[in-house]
Design a protein around this ligand. Sequence first.
Ligand SMILES: NC(=O)C1=CN([C@@H]2O[C@H](COP(=O)(O)OP(=O)(O)OC[C@H]3O[C@@H](n4cnc5c(N)ncnc54)[C@H](OP(=O)(O)O)[C@@H]3O)[C@@H](O)[C@H]2O)[C@H](O)CC1
Ligand SMILES: [K+]
Length: 508
Amino acid sequence: MQLEQDRRPAVAAHSVAAVRAAEGAALAGLPPGAPDALMQQAATAVAVTAARALREATGGIAGRAAVLLVGSGDNGGDALWAGVRLRRRGVAVTALLSADTAHPAGLAAVRVAGARVLRVSSPPSATDLAPLAAADLVIDGLVGLGGRPGLREPATSLVDRIPASAVVVAVDVPSGVDVDSGALPGPHVQADVTVTLGAAKRCLLLPPASTAAGRVEVFDLGFDVPPAPLRRLDAAGVGALWPVPAPGADKYRRGVLGMVAGSAGYPGAAVLATSGAVRAGVGMLRYVGPDDATRAVRSAHPEVVAGAGRVQAWALGSGVNPDADDDQPAAIRSALDSGLPCLLDAGALEVWAAGVHRDPDDASDRLLLTPHAGELASLLGTLGLPRERADVEERPFEHAHAAAELTGACVLLKGATTLVVTPDGEARSQAEAPAWLATAGAGDVLAGVAGALLAGGVRPLDAGAAAAWVHGRAATLASRAAGGGGGPIAASDVAAHVPAAVAEALAP
Ligand SMILES: NC(=O)C1=CN([C@@H]2O[C@H](COP(=O)(O)OP(=O)(O)OC[C@H]3O[C@@H](n4cnc5c(N)ncnc54)[C@H](OP(=O)(O)O)[C@@H]3O)[C@@H](O)[C@H]2O)[C@H](O)CC1
Ligand SMILES: [K+]
């Protein structure tokens, strides 16, 4: 069951240790009995969200069937107390206990409230599993902060039998995920909504675990967690970073971008990358490429100036074939030698990784690498860390961070969720794009948008994250322009909607 997902809120995501420390500090200052008050608040948040989701999915609340999946810890306690509140609203509640113990006060309260309670055997019997088949709503309280990655029986079987028709609300995190790394090492809950308590956890922003969380709602429990290095920008965050021309600005002061893109085989990549930069509002764009590609670029964008010249940053490599018999690799090397901020995409990653143009001490503030998973695996291999594409997809953050550490550059790893990671672990996770954006040429447009930001003086981490947001939002707008609930898009449609996406970010 998929609930409508709209733009998610701005989120900072924290490690288990950071949340535990903040929670401990907050509890130490509270009077006796207050820890229970935190659980009561958490349970109210879960119940309110679950009731709303139930109404959205089934048209009502009273008389619907809810199943609580209850583990041995406080995550299960939250679920039991949420069940108490749902009983009060007329929901038929069954608690399936997956361990020998369950939160004692929560268990007593849910019984008093009139819920059915079943202690599930391992492996579960048909009777144990029967309530799941009839569930309209499943609340996942198997494990939270205290969960080890993966699940063991009988939790595994319970998760396996959650019906596709039920709306699934996870308490704090979807059970089974690796909370800090975002990996999915085994069976796990696939939630429609995750109500995360006190502060968001890293797995809620890091793929692939983030895809198991559904819509994320962060519920404030009133304690302070220190600023986290992993964040997701929202519209306001992008707007605050976007370079807006001052009154009286001229094209040179706004930032000139140089672009080495396209080849005889891929002239379209040059057109799309230049489209991204022009639509993102670069002051001026100088394009360097073979004659055919130059003609195609100038016919699509008469405002683009052909040939190298003075620039503030370079976007390099989209549609470049390092093995082609053209001048593009030499142009890329020359741009890298300038010491200016450079975005390295596609062919430029190969030119750079193969050569003398790697200087980890110099890279951090000026280089933005934009590989997809396959390109990142190749890059890591060149850097002495052989990896397959599947390895990168299983643990994308870890691999993007490894590449950043090895090169000293900021790494933007393209995907359904785009990660931007610096060598010191500062990171952004952007997931605004509709699935339609997985289309040829979309990456070229992204390179142009991010290059425009580098030329505007934005640092690589912010340029990558803001470009990913605008690119994803432009894709959503393009898809909606197709009509209905959103239709297919071409990369050129995405570029055409970049100005509207930027305008949304800049709206007060
Ligand atoms: N953040 C806050 O201020 C609040 C958080 N709340 C909720 O509390 C949980 C954390 O509760 P905790 O009791 O510390 O831990 P869990 O409930 O996540 O897990 C506890 C037990 O689960 C067992 N376990 C661990 N891994 C697995 C697994 N892979 N499969 C099955 N079972 C597993 C383990 O038991 P063992 O017997 O195996 O040792 C753990 O002991 C937090 O996430 C919030 O939901 C408060 O309610 C509000 C305040
Ligand atoms: K959970």
